[in-house]
Design a protein around this ligand. Structure first.
Ligand code: IMP
Ligand code: MG
Length: 183
């Protein structure tokens, strides 16, 4: 096949079924914890868009959604810690209960920057919900309040995560064959 998505997939790490049940579980936890709060879900684009879309449908209380687009300087597979806000939040977050939704925490530098930035705007609370975590790679102390899966130090794609903007539409999480980035 000319446009074969499977060409550089070396293995499936988390299946569609596993994703579905984990997202449901996270939604139940968040529903329970935010009963009397003013929940604002902040989706970090583009990576978290697919996870966030599934997650909010498993949260059974009223909520608002806002988005931020950030870009970290560095090569395509590592982050430098210098973060640029390409699109900021649309709404004020003063006195709101902010839940940042991320695709993956790697070094933690992106979220460290975002947490500091968001905290400075006077929210009532800020928590992190990340679908994936690579704890071995952490450079700063960031711990997600809600986590899907902890994974080993391998570059993964799918379910919103990209390599050079591709593979976001895979419905599962897969390990990318290093041959994909040798070219
Ligand atoms: P951090 O600042 O090092 O924690 O990097 C966080 C960002 O790097 C994530 O939001 C992803 O966009 C990207 N990233 C880190 N690891 C991976 C991976 O294995 N696959 C795809 N993107 C990744
Ligand atoms: Mg990304």
């Amino acid at each position: 096949m000319k446009n074969d998505m499977g060409k550089y997939i070396s293995k499936i790490l988390i299946t569609e079924e596993q994703i579905r049940s984990k997202v449901k579980e996270l939604g139940e936890l968040i529903t329970r914890d935010y009963q009397d709060k003013d929940l604002l879900v902040v989706c970090i684009l583009k990576g978290a868009m697919i996870f966030m879309a599934d997650l909010v449908r498993e949260i059974k209380i009223p909520l608002d959604i806002d988005t931020m687009v950030v870009s970290s300087y560095g090569s395509s597979t590592t982050s430098s810690g210098v973060v640029r806000i390409l699109k900021d939040l649309d709404e004020s977050i003063e006195n709101r209960d902010v839940l940042i939704v991320e695709d993956i925490i790697d070094t933690g530098l992106t979220l460290k920057y975002l947490m500091d930035n968001i905290f400075s705007r006077g929210p009532r609370s800020v928590k992190i919900c990340s679908f994936l975590d690579k704890p071995e790679r952490r450079k700063v102390n960031i711990v997600p309040d809600y986590l899907g899966y902890s994974i080993p130090d391998e570059f993964v794609v799918g379910y919103g995560l990209d390599y050079a903007e591709k593979y976001r539409n895979l419905p599962f999480i897969a390990v990318l064959d290093p041959k994909a980035y040798e070219k």
